[in-house]
Design a protein. Sequence first.
Length: 517
Amino acid sequence: MSQQNYFSQTGSQNDMFFIVAIAVVSLLIRLPFFFKDVIDWDESTFILMGQSILDGHLPYTELWDLKPPLAFVAYAGFILILGKSVISIRIAGTICVILTALLVYGSGTTIANHSSAFLAAIATSMGISLLDSGQATMTEHMAIVPLTAALALFFCCKTPDLRFTFLISVLLTIAAFVRLNLAYTVVILGCYLVVRQAPKWRQVLHHGLIYSLGCLLIIFLTYFPYLMTENSQIWWTSVVIAPLQYSRDDVTSIESFRRLMTGLVNSSQHQATLGASLVIWMGGFLGIAAAFLPRNRHNSASLFQAIALTLMTFSVGLSILQSGATYQHYLIQMPPCLGLGTAILWQKLSKPRFFKPLISVVVLLALLSSLMPILTEYRIVGGRLVAGGPLQTGPSYDIAAYFRDNQAENEPIYMMTDHLVYWLIDSQPLTAITTHPSNVSRDDILEIVNGPGSSPESELAKVFAAEPKFVVKQRFVSYLLSGKMQNAKDFLNQQLANHYEKTTQIGNRFIYRRIQP
C-alpha cells in the first residue's frame, strides 16, 4: 500500500469514528428528555399545526400560529415518517441537532484539524441542547439545518460560482420560512455574495439575479397552494403582516441583548452548565475574531470564509434582537456559527504542538462539567424504570387519560394550557386563534387575524359559544394575569361559575365539566 493511500484510509477511518461519536453523544445528551410531555408549550402548537396539514388543511386555514408555513410542513413530515408520538417529535429534533453538528464538523475540518472540528461539533450539540427549551423540538432546531448547510457551503466550496449563489439563496430562504427572523441573514449574506463580485458589474448583475431567483422560488412555492385555493390574503396576513406586528415591541435591541445575556448566564449558573456556555459563547466569538488574524500555512479560514462566518453570526444575532421577544430558545440559532468559531480558535491556539493536548483536555473538562442537568434527568428516568412506572409522564398524559376514561375524545374541550392534549386524544382547539392558548391575550394579533374590534373577551365568547363540555385551566393562567386582561378574566370566571362545576384536579390543573341544563 502506498503512503498516500495509507494516510487517506487512516483519515477516512478517523472521520467515521468522529461522525459516529458525534451522533452518539448528541443522542445521549437528549435521550432522557424524550419522555416528558411538555418542555416548551410552543412545541405543542407546532405539533397541532403539523397534524392539521396531515388532516388535509393548509396552515392558517383551520388552525393558526405565528410562524412561517415551512415550520409546520416540517412537523407534518416528522409525524408522517416517525409516527404520532411525543417521542417521535423529540427524535426528529435530535436528528436535526446531529445533522447540524455533523455539518459543523465537516466545515471545521476545512479550517482546523479533525480533533478541533470534533470538539467544535460536540460543543455545538451541547450549546443547542443545554439552552432553555433546547431539549424540546422547536422551529429553531429545524431552521439551523439549512442555515448550517449554507454555512458549510461557504467553507467547503473552493470556487463559488452562480450555482453556489443559487444554492445558498435556496438554503437561507428555506431557513427563513421556518424562522422568519432569519430574513435578515438572507438579505445580508445575499448582499455580500453580490457585492464581492465588484467591480465586475456583469458578474454583480448575474449573481444578484440568481440569488433573487432562488429566494423567489421558495417564496412562490409556499404561496402557490394559497393562490390555487383562493387563500392569498390568509398567506399575506399570516406570513407577512402578523409577524411584522409581533416584532414591533417597545423593548430596544440593547435591552433585548441585556435580557438574553442575563438569562443565559443565570440559567447556566443555576443548571451548572457554565462550562459549556463559556466554551461555545466566549470561545465562539473569540474564534470568529481570530479568523481575521494572519493565516497559518495550513488549515486556516480564508478571508471569504471569515467574512461569511462573521456576517452570518452578526445577522442571526441581529435578527434575534429585532424579533420583539427575548425567549432564550431563540439563541438556539447561534451555536452553529459559534461552534465553527471555536474550531478556529482551538486551531490557532494549538499551533505550539504541546498546547494541542492541553487545550483538548481543558475543553473536554469544561463540557463534561456541564452534564449535571442531563445526568439528573437520567436518574429520574432510571428511577421510574426501576419502580415499574411509565416512562412518559406529565399532566398532558394524565389529562388525556382522564378524557379517555370519560369517553370525551369527541366532545368539545377548551384547554387553557397543556394544549398537547388535543393531539393526544385526536381533538382540536375550538377556534383557530386559540391553537396556542396565549394568543387570546394578544389584542394586535387578534385584530389582524379576526378583523377590527376583535378582543380577548370576544375570542373567549366564541370559545364558550361552542359550549365546551370540559374546560381545563391552571390555578393561575399566566397570560390572564396582566391588568389589561381583567375583563377577559371576569368573563371566564363568570362562565365557569354559571355553567360549569369542578370535577377533578390533576396536579395544579383543574378540570371543569359543563352542567347539563
